[in-house]
Design a protein around this ligand. Structure first.
Ligand SMILES: NC(=O)c1ccc[n+]([C@@H]2O[C@H](COP(=O)([O-])OP(=O)(O)OC[C@H]3O[C@@H](n4cnc5c(N)ncnc54)[C@H](OP(=O)(O)O)[C@@H]3O)[C@@H](O)[C@H]2O)c1
Length: 214
């Protein structure tokens, strides 16, 4: 995996809510962003929604165009898609934002570890954005005016530096939560976040976890 000092090219697999929120954010700060879709030819108003600078390709072409690949698929699609494109994902940084919910591995692994094991030797996987509702990309600051936090984890310290910069660049604050094994906690935080959001904010999807030290 080689990432140069210029803004890395980003590919996003999926064209749904999170793909659009992340894609718009990275386009706004000057990244090349390619979206990978099962049916790119049917996405007629995609550029209107996301921006004229966006590119929409098939999944293979998007992965080929990106240095950092964000998986923004329903979790039940992740294993098959990653298996199909494993050889192309091997030399890239892969950010897994997907939430397993009831498909949480029952051996204590995180879902991002499963993604890494399917990609195989040479995989560089980051778990991130799992605990950030898509709606919060519209206002990255919390009610105190401070940036909302993005919890992330990876086994690769060099890649963590790149991910931190990426997260800062779109207005959020990165919080390093450790290794991919430790990312199992992030998987479990998501149902809690949804439950709390539903209870406290009537399901407005505007809640974010925050560390407070004073
Ligand atoms: N929504 C949130 O607030 C949020 C927050 C954090 C994390 N996440 C996680 O991010 C992932 C994406 O969430 P999302 O809300 O963006 O989902 P979404 O709006 O349903 O979009 C998923 C995209 O995946 C692609 N896809 C490929 N195979 C699919 C299939 N069998 N069924 C449906 N779509 C398929 C589709 O793009 P094409 O049709 O172009 O292939 C679709 O637009 C999920 O794993 C979710 O848990 C979501």
């Amino acid at each position: 995996m080689t990432i140069s000092k210029r803004k890395p090219r980003i590919a996003i697999i999926g064209t749904g809510r999170m793909a659009k929120a992340l894609g718009k954010s990275f386009l706004q700060v000057g990244h090349f962003v390619a979206f990978g879709s099962r049916q790119p030819e049917t996405k007629n108003i995609f550029h209107e929604e996301v921006g004229t600078d966006s590119r929409i390709y098939g999944v293979q072409a998007a992965i080929d165009a990106g240095e950092i690949i964000i998986i923004a698929l329903p979790h039940h699609e992740v294993a098959n898609t990653v298996r199909k494109f494993a050889s192309s994902l091997r030399n890239k940084v892969v950010i897994d934002i997907t939430n397993p919910f009831d498909a949480q591995p029952n051996d204590g692994s995180s879902s991002a570890q499963v993604t890494a094991s399917i990609i195989g030797k040479g995989a560089t996987v980051v778990a991130a954005f799992k605990t950030n509702f898509e709606k919060t990309f519209e206002n990255v600051n919390d009610s105190t005016g401070k940036p909302r936090e993005v919890l992330f984890a990876s086994d690769d310290e060099k890649v963590k530096t790149i991910i931190k910069e990426l997260i800062y660049s779109i207005g959020f604050k990165p919080i390093d939560c450790g290794t991919l094994a430790q990312a199992v906690v992030l998987d479990h935080m998501v149902p809690l976040l949804i439950r709390l959001d539903s209870k406290e904010l009537d399901g407005k999807h505007d809640l974010t976890f925050k560390l407070i030290n004073k």
